[in-house]
Design a protein around this ligand. Structure first.
Ligand SMILES: [Cu+2]
Length: 340
């Protein structure tokens, strides 16, 4: 399952479409000629095209005018095809680099690549909650508590973490519990998890403040899915993509001569990757428009030393509180030039 309808997966479909047409025509002509010029048949002189003499290049045969048309077709048709495919590919690339979400709507994350792990620094706060679990976490800032609704699903316990301080609360067969003394401060990290008897997490609510850091491989990167404002003119483009600003950093920066190594932040399911360049002060940029909730792999795509293969992690796409990830915000296929 793709995490987003990238322009490049659309491009893949277009190339496949044209490849099938070219394949059918080429193999069709080949089988036709195999049948027409099989051994033991005499050429039909009344049909000009059939005058091709087996084993000779068209221009060498007797009828130059007809055969020159054929020869020109050999060059013109593939040239048009290659030009068309180049146009399709360039249009997709231009679109992907031209559609960076504006400052107001985008969700910013700083990605630091170290030898050998990823570090994610939140530049925007994120409050999110699992969808479709049948449960609900309701933070009541005015009352200073949190109400956990289990809707008859009979969970076992809830773990409430406020700025790293964890407390456990038993449901005791109840449908709903209220955890008192939950003082919400947007600058702190909060997490509420509802567990079953085997301590499997059934439902999560979390608030990640600005400046919060997650590190692989233990912690996943958590990003919100994009939403589309259907009222806007440009309703096929997502309003709010996630923008990564990426730096490669040395773990030990006491030696100014050593600036680190090149990494490449790769999200295979999203069809995007970008290099992290040591010493490049403003960093490099990459952005995604995730449209499905789920957990997807993170890889390093640039050999960066002995433990390069351990620079793995996971990116979790979640619904921001009050929003859903059900809308298909895939970048519209018809807009990239071409009908395929
Ligand atoms: Cu790396």
């Amino acid at each position: 399952m793709a995490a987003q309808d990238t322009l490049f997966s659309v491009l893949y479909d277009k190339f496949l479409f044209w490849a099938i047409i070219v394949g059918v025509l080429t193999f069709g002509v080949m089988f036709l000629f195999m049948a027409r010029f099989r051994a033991g048949l005499t050429p039909d002189e009344s049909k000009t095209l059939w005058k091709i003499e087996p084993g000779t290049f068209p221009l060498e045969s007797s009828n130059h005018d007809t055969d020159r048309k054929l020869e020109i077709a050999f060059y013109v048709i593939p040239t048009i095809l290659v030009a068309w495919l180049t146009f399709l590919a360039t249009a997709s690339t231009a679109d992907v680099w031209g559609s960076i979400p504006d400052d107001e709507n985008r969700f910013d994350i700083t990605v630091n690549g170290y030898q050998w792990y990823w570090e994610f620094v939140y530049e925007d706060p994120l409050t999110w909650e699992d969808e479709h679990t049948g449960m609900d976490v309701e933070v009541r800032t005015s009352e200073g508590d949190v109400v956990l609704h289990a809707m008859g699903l009979n969970p076992h316990t809830a773990v409430v973490s406020m700025d790293g301080m964890k407390t456990e609360h038993a449901f005791n067969g109840s449908d709903m519990i209220t955890v008192e003394d939950f003082f919400f401060d947007a600058g702190l990290h909060y997490k509420v998890e509802i567990l079953d008897e085997e301590s499997t997490v059934l439902h999560t609510w979390e608030h990640i403040p600005v400046g919060h850091i997650f590190r692989t491989p233990v912690e996943p990167l958590i990003i919100p899915c994009s939403t589309v404002d259907s009222a806007s003119d440009d309703s096929d483009m997502p309003e709010d993509g996630v923008v990564f600003t990426m730096h490669s950093r040395p773990i030990d920066d006491s030696d100014p001569r050593y600036v680190g190594v090149q990494h490449s932040f790769w999200l295979p399911e999203f069809g995007v990757k970008e290099d992290l360049v040591p010493g490049l002060e403003q960093g490099t940029t990459m952005y995604v428009f995730p449209d499905d909730a789920g957990t997807f792999p993170i890889r390093c795509a640039e050999y960066c030393g002995l433990q390069h293969s351990q620079m793995v992690g996971e990116v979790k796409v979640v619904a921001e509180e009050g929003k859903t990830c059900d809308a298909d915000v895939g970048i519209k296929k018809a807009d990239v030039g071409g009908e395929a």
